[in-house]
Design a protein around this ligand. Structure first.
Ligand SMILES: Nc1ncnc2c1ncn2[C@@H]1O[C@H](COP(=O)(O)OP(=O)(O)OP(=O)(O)O)[C@@H](O)[C@H]1O
Length: 342
């Protein structure tokens, strides 16, 4: 909850920076800032101490600060950015595996900017774990797990309020059906998030997406003609930059021509918690930790060792060789021994 005391000592510049929608309030109330951007709000509003001025405007200083406070609070609520909602960690508490046995870990805390991978055989329960987190499970899923947010029992508001969604899902299938260009698609999303600088955000997402995608695309490209890799790159950049959700769940980023390392860097760089189910050794080793799932239960939690991290660059070289072969096979070329390169 924001109070008048919270805002009155801040400068107009600080307030505009913190609440990008506030200039709209100033405009509506014909408050001109001009050279006074570095003044504290309380000093800036001193001109209303003049009785005539206050009468003309039919509002005094205290009323104006109170209505500004209400406006900020309502806008934050509307945008799903309640100030107290900062999620800095989630904690998993054990439930049971498919045989009803208690899982083999005490509790697992995952902090902001951490990447945790989920590995395990097909059908072992990786997607189930992601679903438990999305649902902020309270012993009310087939696994009986609990998920704490900031160390506390998850608030059911996370389940109900779509503006405040805890989790953004990046799923395998990105089948666009809308007849929009890349520009229009991002614009629509940015507008629905009430972004101030729509143009700036469009350019940022477009640049990041193109950076991730193997083959480049244009702002004028219809989203229905993007390749699998390009649409995935667009969704990742869009989620990283526009989604307010503090947790990103990824059910396998397949090998569809995107720079997976950069994609993860981009997501984590935006201070998110990233959980990713994967069968891909490169992605698994990019995580800070990996959860091993067996028979529906968390069997082990392994921290990625230095040795494993050092192996990543070798794995990436091997991967590049395979990718290159794939491209050449697709183009009808013949593969030779020297193509393997080691
Ligand atoms: N602890 C559990 N108790 C009961 N059922 C479970 C448990 N964990 C998973 N399941 C169920 O097992 C089935 C397979 O799990 P899930 O789809 O999560 O596997 P997966 O590892 O994601 O598989 P894939 O790699 O093929 O995507 C699902 O129906 C899921 O609800």
């Amino acid at each position: 909850m924001i109070t008048v005391q919270d805002i009155q000592q801040k400068t107009i510049a600080e307030l505009f920076e913190q609440y990008p929608f506030l200039p709209g309030f100033f405009e509506e109330n014909t408050l001109q800032v001009n050279g006074q951007i570095d003044e504290k709000l309380i000093d800036y509003l001193k001109f209303l101490d003049d009785e005539e001025e206050a009468e003309n405007r039919a509002i005094d200083k205290d009323q104006l600060m109170a209505s500004m406070t209400t406006y900020i609070t309502q806008m934050l609520e509307f945008l799903g950015e309640d100030e107290d909602d900062g999620v800095h960690s989630i904690t998993l508490l054990p439930g049971t595996n498919k045989s009803g046995e208690v899982e083999k870990f005490e509790e697992l805390k995952i902090n902001k900017s951490e990447i945790v991978c989920i590995v395990g055989p097909t059908g072992s329960g990786k997607s189930r774990l992601l679903a438990d987190i999305e649902w902020v499970a309270q012993k009310d899923t087939p696994t009986s797990r609990s998920v704490l947010v900031n160390g506390e029992v998850g608030d059911s508001k996370w389940r109900l309020n779509s503006g405040n969604k805890l989790v953004a899902q990046l799923s395998q299938n990105m089948n666009f059906v809308m007849d929009l260009t890349v520009y229009e698609f991002i614009e629509l999303h940015a507008q629905s998030r009430l972004v101030e600088d729509v143009e700036g955000v469009i350019n940022k997402i477009f640049a990041q997406a193109n950076d991730l995608a193997g083959e480049k695309f244009e702002l004028t490209t219809p989203i229905t003609s993007l390749s699998g890799g390009q649409s995935r790159a667009l969704m990742i950049a869009d989620t990283a930059i526009l989604s307010k959700s503090p947790i990103i769940l990824i059910d396998e980023i397949e090998n569809a021509g995107i720079d997976r390392k950069r994609a993860l860097d981009l997501l984590v760089g935006e201070e998110k918690i990233v959980l990713m189910a994967t069968h891909d050794p490169i992605l698994a080793l990019m995580g800070d930790k990996r959860i091993v799932i067996k028979n529906g239960g968390i069997h082990k939690v392994i921290e990625t060792s230095d040795e494993e991290q050092n192996l990543l660059s070798d794995l990436e070289r091997m991967d590049a060789v395979v990718q290159n072969m794939r491209t050449r096979l697709r183009q009808g070329e013949i593969i030779q021994k020297e193509d393997i390169g080691f």
